[in-house]
Design a protein around this ligand. Structure first.
Ligand code: MLT
Length: 205
């Protein structure tokens, strides 16, 4: 259920001349700390960075989970719908017109960004996921996504977002027609400099 109006939802908006980057923080992060990633990707970008509406032991998140890596998929779907509503509101409120918007998320933010792009391609068609996972557990991706582009970045030894879930994500996105690029680097959960460089290049394509 939508409990806050979109206007009341805590968020950062920073105008810019480039594309609009929808920045989505990880568990325990917030809407301000993820802005530095936007700066690293494109210092000219406009930034829209909402706060996750769920708390888990005092940490902010974007959807509920039963345990690490075990998602409440109905809540993923509900919160992706809320986020789609917020983005639609923000597009009008900040007079963004039809400027391109790309969701960029880390960890839990990557997972909600992927869910948003996979369930609401009318709102978001491009997603960059750092250390993300397939967000719908054993459920298939419901929509065809021929117009969508996704960049999936992660580590081959990530215990939080296992590479096998990234494989599933890549396979599902491909099955539904999205243009997906995947880069698997050595290492665990996090954002590597080489991934930021890859994302920057992907954004400018
Ligand atoms: C999630 O819950 O979305 C993932 O396990 C990653 C995280 O802890 O943020």
């Amino acid at each position: 259920m939508q409990t806050q109006s979109f206007e009341e939802r805590p968020h950062v908006y920073r105008p810019g001349t480039g594309p609009v980057l929808l920045m989505l923080h990880g568990t325990g992060g917030n809407e301000t700390d993820i802005v530095s990633l936007a700066d690293a990707l494109d210092p000219d970008a406009a930034v829209l960075s909402p706060r996750g509406t769920v708390t888990e032991n005092g940490m902010l998140r974007f959807f509920r989970r039963m345990g690490e890596g075990v998602f409440d998929v109905d809540d993923v779907i509900a919160k992706a719908g809320d986020l789609a509503g917020f983005v639609t509101w923000a597009r009008e409120h900040y007079e963004l017109g039809d400027r391109p918007m790309i969701a960029v998320g880390f960890s839990n933010g990557a997972n909600i960004g992927l869910a948003l792009g996979m369930l609401h391609p009318d709102v978001i068609q491009r997603v960059i996921a750092f250390s993300g996972m397939y967000p719908f557990a054993d459920r298939p991706t419901p929509l065809q996504l021929e117009g969508s582009r996704m960049l999936v970045l992660g580590g081959d030894a990530d215990a939080m977002a296992p590479a096998a879930s990234g494989d599933r994500l890549e396979a599902e996105l491909t099955r539904v027609g999205a243009a997906v690029e995947r880069q698997l680097r050595a290492g665990g959960h996090g954002i590597a400099e080489q991934e930021v460089a890859r994302a920057r290049a992907w954004l400018s394509e």
